[in-house]
Design a protein around this ligand. Structure first.
Ligand SMILES: Nc1ncnc2c1ncn2[C@@H]1O[C@H](COP(=O)(O)OP(=O)(O)OP(=O)(O)O)[C@@H](O)[C@H]1O
Ligand SMILES: [Mg+2]
Length: 347
């Protein structure tokens, strides 16, 4: 029996998540013909007829099946499974990146758990959980010690969420009084009862602050993803924040494994270029290769509560960047080098 709570009326119907074989090819960075063959042989294996001409869209389960077939070996090779998206500056794109990447990984056949640690509950809302529903949240896990599986909601097969709500604004005081208060989320994730071994990725979105709640997200992750705008003010805050994080990690005796994700890049502006140059110099090892450019499709995605991959046209720079980021994420999580799309031939 599925022990997860199913929310009967998610705001986004599953039917919104359908993909053409060309879209799957772009996501997989594979030739469309290869995808077509895989779809064909998978259907043959199950004794199903070939897809009739004109009905080329695959639903979420069929899409995941194609990817599972393509990425079978990769699934068992994920070393950094728990990711936290953090920056104490607001509005840098933490939730956006967490949302786009979590959904992409789930479309690609991975099993993903997202955890919303922000009282603003933006990730919860993006994933279609209706506001003001009386559901248990990460508060119940951290303060009331409820098992993760009891508060997990299934968004679609492959993507789950532990939601947030405004109740999280009241979490600091009870958390402060707990023993080893910074390691509660880590303990809950490691507990047998949580059944987290079923997930390939656990993606934690945070709120823009230094707080005990965020400290839990920082201590629970194997890779910290610092989402940074390519803006002068973001840069000056970044070095202070990284220094502070290094101090905290050292004090709590945990290695700090972090990457910097440059976001809202505007290729035409000298400032953006300059800031990216400084990031690449000051955080040479940590700044990832993919740069997420500023693109209206990302705002549209937020407004429609639909991942860019589900609606953007094939020339969308947001789509291109998210796919690159997804692949770089998988490579980083496996501890492998990464090659940006289109550069394979040149390399
Ligand atoms: N690459 C981008 N191009 C265009 N708009 C973007 C991009 N990334 C994020 N945004 C927009 O910036 C705004 C802030 O993004 P988001 O909510 O993800 O930031 P955040 O860091 O999670 O904010 P908070 O600190 O409040 O949690 C949103 O309106 C989002 O649509
Ligand atoms: Mg956010």
């Amino acid at each position: 029996m599925d022990e997860k709570r199913k929310v009967p009326n998610l705001l986004i119907p599953r039917e919104a998540f359908v993909f053409s074989q060309s879209q799957i090819g772009r996501m997989a960075r594979e030739n469309r013909k290869i995808i077509n063959k895989r779809v064909h042989s998978l259907r043959e294996m199950k004794g199903e007829k070939a897809l009739p001409k004109g009905s080329k869209k695959l639903d979420i389960d069929q899409t995941r099946e194609v990817f599972l077939n393509l990425f079978m070996d990769i699934k068992s090779d994920i070393k950094h499974k728990v990711h936290t998206f953090y920056n104490f500056k607001g509005g840098t794109g933490k939730t956006t990146i967490c949302y786009q990447i979590s959904t992409m990984l789930a479309f690609m056949g991975f099993k993903v758990l997202t955890i919303d640690c922000d009282p603003q509950a933006h990730l919860t809302s993006l994933l279609g959980i209706p506001e003001q529903e009386d559901y248990p949240t990460i508060y119940d896990v951290l303060v009331n010690m409820r098992a993760l599986k009891e508060v997990t909601i299934s968004v679609f097969n492959g993507l789950d969420i532990i939601p947030s709500s405004l109740s999280l604004t009241r979490i600091e005081s009870p958390l402060n009084q707990m023993v080893r208060r910074e390691n509660i989320l880590l303990k809950m994730l490691q507990s047998e009862d949580s059944k987290t071994s079923q997930y390939d990725f656990i993606m934690i979105d945070t709120n823009p602050a230094f707080s005990v709640l965020n400290l839990n997200a920082l201590m629970a992750c194997q890779q910290l993803n610092v989402v940074c705008e390519t803006h002068p003010l973001s840069l000056s805050g970044l070095s202070l924040m990284i220094e502070e994080l290094q101090r905290v990690y050292k004090e709590l005796q945990k290695d700090m494994n972090f990457v910097v994700i440059p976001n809202k890049y505007e290729a035409k502006t000298a400032t953006s270029q300059e800031i990216l140059g400084v990031l690449r110099k000051d955080y040479k090892q940590e700044t990832i290769q993919t740069v997420i450019r500023k693109c209206e499709d990302i705002n549209v995605s937020t407004k429609r509560r639909l991942p860019v991959l589900c609606f953007a046209n094939k020339n969308s720079i947001a789509m291109e960047d998210i796919i690159d980021l997804g692949h770089e994420f998988i490579a980083l999580s496996r501890g492998k080098p990464f090659v940006i799309s289109g550069q394979e031939e040149a390399a």
